[in-house]
Design a protein around this ligand. Sequence first.
Ligand code: MD3
Ligand code: FE
Length: 208
Amino acid sequence: MSNMQAAPKPTVVVRGFRIFEGLLQRDVQEALVADLRALTRDAPFFAPQTPYGKPMSVRMTSAGELGWFSDRTGYRYTSTHPKGQSWPEIPASVLDIWDHISGVTRSPQSCLVNFYGENAKMGMHQDKDEKDLTWPVVSVSLGDDALFRIGNETRGGKTESIWLRSGDVVVMGGAARLTYHGIDRIRYGSSTLLPKGGRINLTLRVVD
Ligand code: MD3
Ligand code: FE
């Protein structure tokens, strides 16, 4: 299979979510934050509106050819930031993580950058706005610890929760790609990576 490559072994697997605890050393995390600061100067964080009329508590921006966007009319991928400019390129430091861990040789088209302030959370949801759900999704945690809840392929049922820490990387492939998941809360101030606290999550995806 030409799309596959050897990938390292996860430290934990929960319901098919392959978790690589502490994969990124502090110096790598700091370099990522520097690249993200440059990125958010070109593509500032915004608070997405939802079809339900309430803004999300997580602030977002994107890099890559397609970025995730939500407003009163629904969710979609767009080729531009809400202010009109193209999304910036995905930093090489971020692409390196995908190349190391995704297990596939195709490049991601989208890097969603989520910022969690002190009281931000993300409700349980499925990610299925992408056309081909057979590609893996890679998530990178930076900054404060986050309580990540993992459910089932349908809404409801028993869930399992794990803390994601700065430098952890999670790969979702196979059946896990359609598993409900969310972030209940962060432990604000638990990490020194971001001087003002908070958490950044990067989500890398192939979209179409
Ligand atoms: C499972 N973000 O942006 S990352 C999201 O920490 C999202 O910001 C959370 O869920 C965060 O959609 C969780 C882990 C994650 C990301 C994408 C997935 C889990 C996933 C896609 C499919 C299945
Ligand atoms: Fe998600």
